[in-house]
Design a protein around this ligand. Sequence first.
Ligand code: PMV
Length: 339
Amino acid sequence: MQSQREKLAKPFAQVWTEADYRASAPAKLIVCGEHAVVYGQPAIAVALSDIRARSALSRGPRGSGPQIIAHDLQTVWNRETAADNPLLQLVERTLEQLEVAERDLEISFSSEIPIASGMGSGAAIATALVRVLAAYAGRELRAGEISAMVYASEQRFHGTPSGIDNTVVAYEQPIWYQRPPAQPDGTRPAPSIESLQISAPFSILIGDTGIRSATHRPVGAVRERWQKQPERYNRLFDQIGAISAQIRSCLASGDHKALGALLDANQKLLGQIGVSLPKLNQLVRAARNAGALGAKLSGAGWGGVMFALVTPESRDAVRQALLDAGAARVLETLVGVPS
Ligand code: PMV
């Protein structure tokens, strides 16, 4: 039997090539509506297909049970060492649901998505794991089924996820997402998910603050503030929801200038609900000063990433301005290209 150290010593690229089954899932970016979406407002998110989490599956030694090999963390999780690990539990539940009898499996994963940075790294890893298990079981799972499995797992990380992350990652297309708030009995009605029309693809630069922030912290802080001042926060969430509706129209019409102004307006409101940070504000300001059409944080905030809407003329200057303002890295992607 291979020791855990031997398993971890293999580069993931080799594990991937040698594996019996492979699957992957994309990063995501919330264009607008984060936080407000937890309170029933609409939000827009897109999948970033060229930034991915990957999972590879091979048969494991007899009697080993499922083992998750987290290459990036240089860790192995199994029933003995990490029975309550959320990803191991997701794997166990998925195997149960897929009615897989043979469960001695080595499931490796690696991700290009920066963790705890608002780009859906957790949802993408979970989705890649569910997809590779479905491939092993010889089952075609619909995006909605995968999304539901991942949602149940995300609930363990932060109690009240809106479900937008798992949805956009599993559907892998731009979405309009709205979910009515939880009912007094705690149940949450099903979300309305629409595939979004983007008539003219647009370029963005994603600036990473390099500050990791677990989603549940800002989400919990916003909840506390909302409980103390419900009218004020409901008003802010309503305004963010109205911006999402206007952004939807801009995406359909291809009006990038108006889109930029609306991103700026959304950022201002995110500042007012208290989830921005001086470093995020600095990057947003630097991007705008260098000619971006608009810029805002994306995801839960208190760190993570921001993005700037750029034109071919402003792209290089904005990239340099983000680096000069202290971005840990800058990623570039084109949003709205049919996959
Ligand atoms: O930071 P992320 O990628 O986990 O995004 C969280 C988005 C929120 O709207 C803040 C929370 C949610 O559940 O929708």
